[in-house]
Design a binder for this molecule. Structure first.
Ligand SMILES: NC(=O)c1ccc[n+]([C@@H]2O[C@H](COP(=O)([O-])OP(=O)(O)OC[C@H]3O[C@@H](n4cnc5c(N)ncnc54)[C@H](O)[C@@H]3O)[C@@H](O)[C@H]2O)c1
Ligand SMILES: [Zn+2]
Ligand SMILES: [Zn+2]
Length: 382
């Protein structure tokens, strides 16, 4: 089968790989019909994620058709159209029983923090991902769901991560009626977080980024006010100014460890790898939120950090909430909002890339060329 493979930082290509096999009775093999490239894949592509092995296949957002099922699979049958959450999880451990699907204890022998994620390095279990013609789906009765008849293919693929994560980011922000919510980052996660914030009662939503085409989407798609951080000497002062000098009630970090905006942090993290990433956005969140406020961290971070303003967070009485999104937990609510017409995830899709051209897709998305906000990947597409 054809699959995207990692060849080292900034190098990916499509290769012939062996067909995935049923390895456990509850596995399914899914023929991928649409996948996506996530901002998280860029951390892998840039060589920021430890233990990303040559030859591995990325892709944790995908939908497809069941091609084969193991002997114990009960809920899926060959031919079913399925959407697969990016989390791999057992459904029955201590953590899964508490809805912490992204922290499953049974699926990742390499860590006790994060559970399993498709195509996301051996730090999340070493599973191959869905930027391929076929993918092995473990615990087929647990994670995947049949795509509802009314749901469009592109909406379904966005439910497997970006939309669910943005919504979860707004949920974790503890938004109360009338709150001023700041979203750092206007990528897919930030845009969906901003749009979701209104559902939770936000009174003002302000999205911060430096890319004008994304800020435009923040205004038109997420109905938010916007702030281009390159236009301000100090974005935190600007956030304070616009919130009566108190700071925002809630800040959502939808940027993560590759944040721009501070040269020293950028060089010590992305270039010299002296720390697990740049905490610029996280620190803007800690500084920009009011005392007693909440910071919701959706941006991905590696384990080791220096220069995070934890003392300020402590002394301001902040609540810091973070996790990889437990995707399936969000689906019932997301589906209601999609059926009612409020959430229209496919609106942010800008590119549809044939799998064979995925290297160009990664380059374009990484370099933010051609107004690329959300690229989908289509196996067999031309
Ligand atoms: N928690 C989860 O479950 C989960 C799931 C998906 C993605 N993520 C993470 O969320 C983050 C965003 O994902 P995405 O797909 O939207 O990525 P993306 O790369 O498309 O978007 C990130 C945006 O942040 C902007 N940015 C950079 N530095 C900034 C700064 N200092 N302040 C404000 N904006 C800044 C960039 O210009 C870009 O538009 C990534 O770190 C990704 O790994 C987490
Ligand atoms: Zn992702
Ligand atoms: Zn589990």
């Amino acid at each position: 089968m054809r699959a995207m493979t990692y060849r080292g930082p900034y190098k990916v290509r499509v290769e012939e790989k062996p067909m995935p096999r049923i390895e456990h009775p509850n596995d399914a093999i899914v023929r991928v019909t649409t996948a996506a490239i996530c901002g998280s894949d860029l951390h892998l592509y840039h060589g920021m994620m430890p233990d990303t092995r040559i030859g591995s296949t990325f892709g944790h957002e995908f939908v497809g058709v069941v091609h084969e099922v193991g002997p114990s699979v009960r809920d899926l049958a060959v031919g079913d159209r399925v959407m697969v959450p990016f989390n791999i999880y057992c459904g029955s451990c201590f953590f899964c029983a508490r809805g912490l699907y992204s922290n499953c204890h049974n699926v990742n022998p390499n860590a006790t923090a994060v559970g399993g994620i498709y195509g996301y390095s051996h730090t999340t279990g070493g599973y191959d991902g869905g930027q391929a013609e076929f993918v092995r789906v473990p615990f087929a009765d647990v994670g995947p769901a049949k795509v509802p008849d009314w749901m469009d293919e592109e909406d379904a693929v966005l439910c497997t991560d970006a939309l669910a994560t943005g919504y979860f980011g707004a949920q974790l922000a503890d938004i109360a009626e009338g709150d001023v919510v700041v979203v750092l980052g206007a990528g897919p996660v930030g845009l969906f977080a901003a749009r979701s914030a209104w559902l939770m009662g936000a009174g003002r939503v302000i999205v911060v980024d430096q890319l004008e085409e994304r800020l435009e989407l923040a205004r038109t798609f997420a109905y938010a006010e916007t702030m281009n951080y390159t236009e301000h000497k100090d974005v935190v002062v600007e956030l304070k100014r616009t919130t009566g000098w108190l700071g925002a009630d809630r800040v959502i970090d939808a940027v993560g460890a590759e944040a721009d905006g501070n040269l020293v942090q950028h060089v010590t993290s992305a270039k010299l790898k002296l720390q697990g990433g740049s905490p610029v956005a996280l620190n803007w969140a800690i500084d920009g939120v009011r005392k007693g406020g909440t910071v919701s961290v959706m941006g991905a971070y590696g384990p080791i950090f220096s220069a995070v303003k934890l003392g300020d967070a402590m002394n301001k009485g902040l609540t810091l909430r973070a996790n990889q999104a437990p995707v399936k937990r969000q689906w019932p609510r997301l589906f209601e909002h999609m059926r009612s017409g409020y959430l229209t995830p496919h609106d942010i899709v800008t590119h549809r890339i044939p799998l064979e051209h995925i290297a160009e897709g990664y380059h374009m998305f990484s370099a933010k060329l051609d107004g690329c906000v959300k690229p989908l990947v289509v196996p067999g597409g031309e």
